[in-house]
Ligand binder design. Structure first.
Ligand SMILES: [Fe+2]
Length: 407
């Protein structure tokens, strides 16, 4: 693990990546590094996932194994408490916390804080508890059931350059003093390849928590680079996805979002994957899900339908991943009355009007180098979708106004 980390740091210095944040000292398997006998503390968090009208998932990581819970309540009170629970056991003796609070009221302000009590060990079957740590108080607001407005910003292709997150959010995430997002999307390739927890914490989760993620949720859609590296199979532990899948749908304001996983860009038998990839099968599985999804009332009746997918099935070269996405998803998407697709992957920002191959506009964000990085801003109202793609220097490099379709 440590040699992985050294290799990673060496690589970053070779490619001239900008200043890295300090790496934490924890391992993937819910165990603190034995050589570092630090006091228990919050490694990162809390960060919000899956904020819905009635529920939210609160996540955080502790340094030592703990029993953890969330104290919360509507208004300014935190009279309630929630913990993880599985097969009759309250979750404990773990570091990565994923606690879902349910039965919330829509459109309501809530306060919350996280609490973790260290578990020193077991004497036989008896637990020995240590000290308790508590976070400051945070707040979030559940979306209303009929919200007509919604704002979101989209990053893509950060590729292990965490400084992009504050740079773009502080410079371009506001209108005047007003925050321009209720929600943040990382549309794939946040990393080059993933080797350990500290990389995910320092290059994605912590920079997000520092700015917004304790009070506004984010999602990470899987890009082809998240599929790579010794830690790639652990990534889902650190985020909350509906049904634990990278492909799903959800509603915010007037928008029904579809999230698809474009998978790897090369064929499954490519030597780089060591015979451990099955993305053709996975895309076929998603196709079956998509066939059903686009026939649901929730999908058909939504004022707008927006697709998030890392590799665009069009205008993204002709490698296998692009072509297979086009083959399996293309015909369904073209008949699904999609209003907009947002992608990354090419590293060249572009907008593509509807044409003979796709009947909806596509916006592809750029990155990761300076002068190519973009932040896509979506403002959805009951009448239209307003899209702006802003380059890191503030230049508007893409724009769409998409009115609500007639019946
Ligand atoms: Fe990519």
């Amino acid at each position: 693990m440590l040699s992985d980390r050294r290799a990673f740091l060496e690589k970053m210095s070779q490619v001239g990546a900008l200043t890295l944040l300090p790496l934490s000292t924890t391992l993937a398997n819910d165990q603190a590094l034995p050589a570092v006998d630090e006091k228990n503390h919050f490694v990162v968090g809390p960060y919000l996932q899956n904020l819905g009208t009635n529920d939210v998932t609160v996540m955080w990581i502790t340094h030592k194994n703990c029993f953890s819970w969330v104290e919360y309540g509507a208004g300014t009170y935190t009279s309630k408490r929630e913990f993880g629970y599985n097969n009759g056991l309250i979750e404990a003796n773990n570091r990565i916390n994923k606690i879902t609070i349910s039965n919330l009221n829509p459109g309501t302000d809530h306060k919350y804080r996280i609490v973790s009590t260290e578990i020193l060990g077991y004497k036989g079957s008896k637990v020995e508890f240590g000290e308790t740590i508590t976070s400051p108080m945070y707040g979030f607001k559940t979306p209303g059931g009929n919200d007509e407005e919604f704002k979101m910003v989209v990053f893509n292709d950060i590729h292990d350059r965490p400084q992009i997150i504050p740079q773009l959010l502080y410079r371009h995430g506001y209108s005047g003093n007003k925050r321009d997002y209720d929600f943040v999307v990382f549309n794939g390739d946040c990393f080059d390849w993933v080797t350990e927890e500290a990389q995910m914490v320092d290059h994605l989760i912590k920079p997000s928590v520092d700015i917004f993620a304790s009070e506004f949720p984010f999602i990470l859609t899987q890009g082809n680079h998240e599929c790579r590296g010794s830690f790639s199979r652990h990534i889902p532990k650190y985020f909350a996805y509906p049904n634990d899948k990278y492909y799903y749908s959800f509603r915010r304001g007037p928008v029904h979002f579809l999230v698809l996983d474009s998978g790897e860009d090369k064929t499954d038998d490519s030597v780089e994957y060591g015979g451990l990839s099955a993305f053709d099968r996975y895309r076929e599985e998603q196709k079956k899900w998509l066939e059903k999804e686009i026939e649901t009332e929730a999908f058909k009746k939504a004022p707008f339908r927006v697709l998030l997918i890392h590799i665009s099935p069009w205008h993204s070269g002709d490698w296998h991943g692009t072509m297979h996405c086009r083959e399996v998803f293309g015909p369904l998407l073209n008949r699904a009355r999609i209003d907009l697709q947002l992608s990354g992957h090419t590293h060249r920002y572009a907008t593509h009007d509807p044409d003979a191959t796709h009947n909806f506009p596509i916006m592809i964000g750029g990155g990761p180098l300076e002068g190519k990085r973009t932040l896509i801003k979506l403002h959805a109202t009951a009448k239209e979708l307003n899209l702006k793609m802003i380059r890191d220097d503030g230049e508007l490099v893409g724009k769409y106004t998409i009115p609500k379709k007639g019946k």
